[in-house]
Design a protein around this ligand. Structure first.
Ligand SMILES: [Zn+2]
Ligand SMILES: [Zn+2]
Length: 356
C-alpha cells in the first residue's frame, strides 16, 4: 500500500527542552490497524510551547511534536475497513485504552493509560504521520484542512462549555482568556445562544473575539472583568465562568469566584503550572459556587464540532492567523509565545500550501 512513497520524510523533532531540530526520518511503517496520513495542516498549540520549554511533562523525548492536525490518507493497514487512500480527515490525537474504569463508563478523557499522538507518540510536525485508524475523522467537504486541524482545541472547548459547564441559551457567560482555547469556548457558548463576555490583555486577540461574536470585551490592561461584571450582568453576576488562562498565576480563579453568581458554576479549563492554587473557600461555601474541571473531550465530539462548522454555527476563521512551512515551526512557536504579529493559531503546512 505504500509503493509510491519516498523512504524518508522531513520532521521537526523535540530532542530536549529548548531544542527542536530538523531531521530526515524513515516514513513510519503502517501496522495492520494503522493509517498513514500526509499532513496538510498542523496547528501549533500552547502545549507545544510548554513541551518545548520543558514545562509540560507529558512528552516522551525525543518526539515529533504536533497533536492538532489534518491531512490526507495515503496508506491503510491490512485490517482497516471503511477508510481508503485519498480520504480528507482530521485526527483525534488521544488514544484511550478502552479497558479502564473510565473508558468503560464513557469518560475516555479520564483514561488512566492515555497515549497522545504528538506528545507520547510521534506527531505531525512532519510530512507524514502514522495513526491508529480509529482516530481518523472524515472532514466534510467544504471544511478546510486548516479548520480541521483545530478540532482538538474546538472539541475540548465544546466539552468544557457544553458537557461540563452545561451552558444554555440566554445565560450570561464570562470567559477569562482569549487565546485559542478561550476563543473556541466563545464560539461554543455563542453556538449555544449565551451572552458572552471575554477578557484578555492582548488587543488583537480581543479583536478576533469581537469578530467571533463576543457581546462584551474586557481589556484587562485597562479594567478588570470584576470591575466590569456588575454593569455587564446588571449586578447579578455570571451564570457560568470559564477559566481559560491557567499558567503559574491563580488570580483568575479568585476573580472567577467573585464574578460568578450565587449557585453559579466555574469551569477550570486553563492548564495550571503552579504547585498550588488558592480559591476563596468561604465564598465557595457561602454562595454555593460549583467549581468543575474540564479536560479533553468525549468520543464523537470532533464530528459534532465539524457538523456545526459545516452548518455555519461555528466560525473559527478569525483565529487561524498564520500558515507557515514545516521548517518555520520554531518561528511559529515564538510568534505565539511572544504574542506578536497578530499570531493566534499558527498552522504548519508540511507539504506546502494546501489552499483548502
Ligand atoms: Zn493542543
Ligand atoms: Zn482507559
Amino acid at each position: 500500500m505504500t509503493t509510491n512513497l519516498p523512504d524518508r520524510m522531513a520532521a521537526m523533532v523535540l530532542e530536549e527542552p529548548n531544542r527542536i531540530v530538523a531531521d530526515h526520518r524513515l516514513i513510519p511503517e503502517t501496522g495492520p490497524n494503522d493509517v498513514l496520513i500526509k499532513v496538510r495542516a498542523c496547528a501549533l498549540c500552547g502545549t507545544d510551547i510548554h513541551a518545548w520549554r520543558g514545562l509540560f511533562k507529558g512528552v516522551n523525548l525525543p518526539v515529533v511534536l504536533g497533536h492538532e492536525f489534518a491531512g490526507e490518507v495515503i496508506a491503510v493497514g491490512g485490517s482497516v475497513r471503511d477508510i481508503g487512500a485519498g480520504l480528507r480527515c482530521c485526527v483525534e490525537n488521544l488514544i484511550t485504552c478502552g479497558e479502564c474504569e473510565f473508558c468503560r463508563s464513557n469518560r475516555p478523557n479520564l483514561c488512566t493509560s492515555l497515549q497522545s499522538i504528538g506528545n507520547t507518540l510521534d506527531g505531525a510536525y512532519a510530512e507524514y504521520v502514522r495513526v491508529p485508524a480509529e482516530c481518523v475523522v472524515r472532514l466534510p467537504e467544504g471544511v478546510s484542512y486548516a479548520v480541521g486541524s483545530v478540532m482538538q482545541t474546538m472539541a475540548t472547548a465544546w466539552h468544557a462549555v457544553h458537557d461540563v459547564g452545561g451552558v444554555r441559551a440566554g445565560e450570561r457567560v464570562a470567559i477569562q482568556g482569549a487565546g485559542p482555547i478561550g476563543l473556541c469556548a466563545l464560539a461554543a457558548a455563542k453556538a449555544e445562544g449565551a451572552f458572552v463576555a471575554i477578557s484578555d490583555s492582548v488587543g488583537y486577540r480581543l479583536e478576533a473575539a469581537r469578530e467571533m461574536g463576543a457581546d462584551a470585551i474586557v481589556d484587562i490592561t485597562k479594567e478588570s472583568l470584576a470591575e466590569r461584571a456588575p454593569e455587564i450582568t446588571g449586578g447579578a453576576g455570571f451564570d457560568k465562568v470559564i477559566e481559560a488562562v491557567g499558567g503559574t498565576q491563580d488570580a483568575t480563579l479568585q476573580e472567577a469566584c467573585r464574578i460568578v453568581k450565587r449557585g453559579g458554576t466555574v469551569v477550570v479549563m486553563g492548564v495550571f503550572a503552579g504547585e498550588q492554587n488558592s480559591i476563596p473557600a468561604e465564598d465557595v461555601r457561602r454562595l454555593e459556587i460549583v467549581i468543575k474541571g474540564a479536560r479533553g473531550r468525549y468520543a464523537g465530539q470532533f464530528a459534532e464540532c465539524l457538523r456545526m462548522i459545516e452548518t455555519g454555527k461555528l466560525n473559527l476563521e478569525p483565529m487561524l492567523t498564520h500558515r507557515v512551512p514545516l521548517e518555520e515551526a520554531v518561528e511559529g512557536l515564538l510568534m505565539m509565545e511572544e504574542k506578536r504579529e497578530g499570531a493566534i493559531k499558527v498552522i504548519l503546512e508540511p507539504n506546502g500550501p494546501s489552499g483548502g
